[in-house]
Design a protein around this ligand. Structure first.
Ligand SMILES: *Cc1c(COP(=O)(O)O)cnc(C)c1O
Length: 380
């Protein structure tokens, strides 16, 4: 028997309290019980998104919430700019293509970010640009884009800023109202420590203005209709009741920790992971600011990263992730978001040391673990 550990950059482990909260007999969603649940969840989500706007839960994965954001705020023939430096940036491009939205691609090599100057230039040279679309944390490369700077730029124009925060909500600070972000999209199975199946989306007043004029087709994802129901503490269609029960528990856990402490914990886990990996002589992939949600690591020369991913699974019953798209074979990705603690990082690094040794790589056993422990024993 080998204990199973989920250390992928999503889905992520679900705390026992949350599992138990979800293991309840089904209730109907048009009842006072569901209404009471939704009242508490709606208030908690506003604090988590750091917004006074309604945060709308949708029964779908994160990509569904991305689609909802797009079809509700854009119109046929709109031109948008897409920050694209990874697989999730490409997903924005694919969504634009599917709906006939013209996308100016602000590309950067994987592992890099798009400088705010380039966004500024695009805004200045493209009259009528409807929106800038970006990730906050680009999970395919482990990079954190400078959403704060992008928001400062779009705020001065008619363009709205749409942010995929699926792997940053509850992980990295993203004060929606204070930064002037217009649309924030999230999902249940990353920082929110829940099973997959719930998408979340919030719109600023500027984005709701766009929603009124939006002509793209929508039915299930009609956010104006959804908001009308939400304000009565109801869902338009049958909600993901069990995940909502889990979400109430998650919001209580996060409230107890305190948002600032949650962000600090993730920052420490990420710094320790990077220190450990580098102490083993491996390179962390991002050239830009690394995401606190996950660490993308470059596989040692001559070692297919898929062998490292496979060794975690077969030797240790640990799920991590490999590289996606063009990074397949060269990267492996360690998740440390959501229900993650210091000693989880130690486990991931200790396993990595054994795996490298098993692959015949030169490795100083304990060096990676020591590198991380130095970060953890530092004050602050
Ligand atoms: C996980 C993730 C998504 C959503 O993926 P789904 O599989 O649809 O839940 C979107 N964007 C980012 C940055 C992600 O990490």
């Amino acid at each position: 028997m080998k204990k199973y550990q989920l250390m992928a950059p999503g889905p992520t482990p679900v705390p026992s309290e949350v599992l138990l909260a979800m293991a309840q007999p089904m209730i109907h969603h048009r009842t006072p019980e569901y209404e009471a649940l939704f009242v508490e969840v709606r208030a908690g989500l506003k604090r988590l998104f750091q917004t006074s706007q309604d945060v709308l839960p949708l029964a779908c994965s994160g990509t569904g919430a991305m689609e909802a954001a797009l079809v509700n705020t854009l119109s046929a023939g709109d031109t948008v700019a897409v920050v694209c430096a990874g697989k999730f940036g490409e997903r924005w491009l694919e969504l634009c293509r599917a709906y006939g939205v013209r996308a100016i691609e602000l590309r950067a090599p994987f592992g890099d970010t798009v400088a705010p100057d380039r966004v500024a230039e695009t805004l200045a040279t493209t009259p009528g640009l409807a929106a800038v679309l970006t990730q906050h944390s680009e999970s395919s490369t482990g990079v954190l884009h400078d959403v704060r700077a992008y928001a400062a730029l779009t705020a001065k124009t008619d363009a709205i800023l749409i942010v995929d925060a699926v792997s940053s909500l509850g992980i990295a600070d993203l004060p929606m109202d204070a930064w002037g972000v217009d649309v924030v999209v999230a999902g249940s199975q990353k920082g929110l420590m829940l099973p997959p199946g719930l998408g979340l989306v919030a719109l600023s007043d500027k984005a709701w203005g766009r929603a009124r004029a939006s002509t793209l087709p929508k039915y299930y994802f009609d956010l104006a209709a959804e908001r009308t129901y939400a304000r009565k503490n109801e869902a338009h269609f049958t909600p993901a009741v069990s995940i909502m029960l889990g979400l109430r528990q998650v919001l209580r856990l996060l409230e107890t920790e305190g948002l600032a402490a949650t962000f600090k914990r993730h920052d420490r886990l990420a710094r320790a992971t990077r220190a450990g990996v580098e102490a083993l002589g491996l390179a962390v992939f991002p050239r830009a600011t690394p995401s606190p949600a996950l660490t993308a690591v470059v596989s040692p020369a001559g070692v297919d990263s898929e062998r490292i991913v496979a060794a975690y699974a077969t030797d240790h019953n640990i799920t991590i992730a490999g590289g996606q798209g063009e990074m397949k074979g060269t990267l492996f990705r360690l998740g440390h978001m959501g229900y993650a603690a210091e000693l989880d990082v130690i486990v991931a690094l200790a396993a990595l040391e054994q795996i490298l040794a098993g692959l015949g790589q030169p490795v100083d056993l304990g060096a990676g673990v020591r590198g991380a422990q130095k970060v953890f024993t530092d004050r602050g």
